[in-house]
Design a protein around this ligand. Structure first.
Ligand SMILES: *[C@@H]1O[C@H](CO)[C@@H](O)[C@H](O)[C@H]1NC(C)=O
Ligand SMILES: *[C@@H]1O[C@H](CO)[C@@H](O)[C@H](O)[C@H]1NC(C)=O
Ligand SMILES: *[C@@H]1O[C@H](CO)[C@@H](O)[C@H](O)[C@H]1NC(C)=O
Ligand SMILES: *[C@@H]1O[C@H](CO)[C@@H](O)[C@H](O)[C@H]1NC(C)=O
Length: 501
């Protein structure tokens, strides 16, 4: 098979001009989260080729016709280079583009590049559009991460097996107790594990209460931060009188073609073949309790269902980053960097406050900073307090290193800080530095408090926690309104990416 390459370099179309609307989902934001291209309708036969390109950050699109080695578009995209190489039944598409987004200030130049391959059948790409994921080169080098998507969506055979939906129910237990409500309670409990044959997705299902009809099922989606926008959902109904159980589940497959992900719903019903033992409740012998299982090794049974609705989702949407309505850590740090401060206090002239970056916070709360070693000229090292956000996957939103200076007369707090943002590329965080000068615009009130020294030593056996005797009296000062918060603009911001040093 001939191996040939096509080369595109188009110039002459102006880039997006400044827009008045600032959107967390605009060109700038998308350039950080999805610097990538869709290459559609790629065809290549006998030295001729055609395709169209969409830049997913700018939404610019252009179609190209190629003859020999060079391609032309009616309205080409500026600073775009596409190289298509066809080798046998595989086409490799490389894209490298420079673009400018003007929806945020300062307007920013982005450079990104990426390569993707697709199989070619009868001179046409087998999948369209083809997603070419880019790595950002400018303004900062990083490769945005994509989501994992819901369990099993790309398991080979996902779609094929979904055509005849089936599940395995295992570890089935049904307990039904008829209590007198004095010494024993009326209680029904159904538990089992539900495994979808197409995806391998496992959900733990249970119901507990006086009547078990609506069964709650949950899988790994509750622990994962990388599911993306779609999540598997399961609804189960049970009839305690007939043991009839209905499963209704929605899952996702894109193993056949990530450009055409499917959302699949199916349901199935069966009477649980339960075998039960009934015995009187010891404390109340006129009432009975029943305990049932499916009589085989792991108490399992298979359930076949019928296909409900099947919906085609937008191309590659299963693993795509989910756009947010608020700016991420990186975008905030570059375009509108501000600290939010709170809980300012001094204890025997030693300063402390709480701090968090003003951005999309998720589950993170301000973190305390205490006065550390003196650096001279009135500057002190920050001692970063409890790291309440270290377990959150997209990282803490406070400095990992800082120094501050406090002018008690003018109530001015100066801060030099270094922080990082990990939400785009956790392996390659963007590390920032900047300075801020803010005024604590609140009355600061002081009181004398007795100072006691507590030890960190663990209590011995039988030892009780005792309050040590005071060893002196110190000044404790704080903002008059204890929940007073204020913000400080961060200036002279610099950034780079890579591992923290
Ligand atoms: C991208 O362009 C298409 C067609 O011109 C338009 O329908 C769509 O709304 C645009 N998307 C964004 C995010 O601007
Ligand atoms: C993409 O283009 C830029 C500038 O034109 C260049 O510096 C960079 O090396 C290119 N990257 C790749 C991966 O081709
Ligand atoms: C299953 O759930 C889907 C989506 O929630 C719903 O549209 C459908 O009607 C349900 N089917 C049954 C049999 O309950
Ligand atoms: C208060 O600070 C002073 C000066 O730094 C220090 O000498 C003193 O020991 C401190 N008092 C207490 C009770 O910690």
């Amino acid at each position: 098979m001939a191996r040939f390459s096509l080369f595109v370099a188009a110039l002459g179309v102006s880039v997006a001009s400044a827009q008045a609307v600032i959107s967390a989902q605009g060109c700038t934001s998308r350039s950080f989260t999805t610097p990538s291209w869709f290459v559609s309708d790629l065809a290549a036969v006998d030295g001729k080729a055609s395709f169209s390109v969409l830049n997913r950050a700018t939404n610019q699109t252009a179609g190209y016709e190629c003859l020999g080695g060079s391609c032309e578009g009616e309205e080409g995209i500026e600073d775009l280079v596409v190289v298509v190489e066809v080798d046998g039944a595989v086409a490799s598409v490389s894209v490298n583009q420079t673009w400018v987004c003007g929806d945020r200030s300062p307007q920013t130049k982005f450079i990104a590049a990426g390569t993707s391959t697709v199989s070619v059948v009868d001179g046409k790409a087998a999948s369209s559009p083809l997603l070419v994921k880019g790595s950002l080169i400018q303004p900062v080098a990083l490769t945005p991460q994509y989501n994992e998507g819901p369990t099993g969506h790309d398991t080979p055979g996902c779609l094929a097996k979904s055509e005849k939906p089936s599940w395995v129910l295992s570890h089935v237990i049904w307990a039904d107790q008829d209590g007198d409500e004095i010494t024993s309670v009326k209680e029904q409990r159904l538990t089992f594990i539900l495994t979808n044959a197409a995806t391998g997705y496992e959900a733990s299902c249970m119901s507990q209460g006086p009547v078990a009809t609506n069964i709650f099922c949950a899988g790994t989606e509750f622990q994962s931060f990388t599911i993306g926008r779609y999540s598997i959902s399961t609804a189960v109904q049970f009839d305690p009188a007939t043991y009839s159980l209905t499963v209704n589940q929605t899952w996702f497959c894109d193993d056949h073609d990530a450009a055409k992900p499917l959302q699949i719903s199916a349901s199935g019903t069966l009477p649980l073949p339960l075998e039960c033992q009934t015995e009187p409740i010891p404390s109340s012998p006129r009432h009975l309790k029943k305990f049932c299982t499916v009589p085989n090794d792991d108490s399992s049974i298979s359930l076949s269902g019928s296909l409900g609705t099947v919906v085609t989702l937008p191309p590659y949407s299963i693993e795509d980053p989910v756009p947010s309505n608020t700016d991420s850590c990186t975008v905030s740090s570059i375009y509108n960097p501000r600290w939010q401060f709170s809980y300012f206090s001094t204890y025997n002239n030693s300063i402390s406050f709480e701090i968090i970056l003003q951005t999309n916070r998720g589950f993170r709360y301000p973190n305390p900073v205490y006065q550390g070693k003196a650096r001279g000229d009135g500057w002190f090292d920050c001692e970063i307090g409890y790291d309440g956000g270290s377990q959150v996957p997209d990282g803490p939103l406070w400095p990992y290193r800082c120094q501050f200076k406090w002018d008690g007369e003018g109530k001015v707090l100066e801060l030099r800080a270094e922080w990082e943002c990990t939400e785009l590329d956790p392996g390659n965080p963007v590390r920032f530095s900047g300075v801020s000068t803010t005024t604590v615009n609140s009355n600061i009130v002081c009181e004398k408090v007795e100072h006691r020294e507590y030890t960190d030593e663990p209590l011995g056996e039988g030892e009780e926690l005792t309050v040590p005797d005071p060893v002196g009296v110190v000044d404790f000062c704080y903002t008059e309104n204890p929940s007073y918060t204020w913000t400080g603009e961060i200036k002279e911001v610099t950034w780079t990416s890579g591992k923290r040093v």
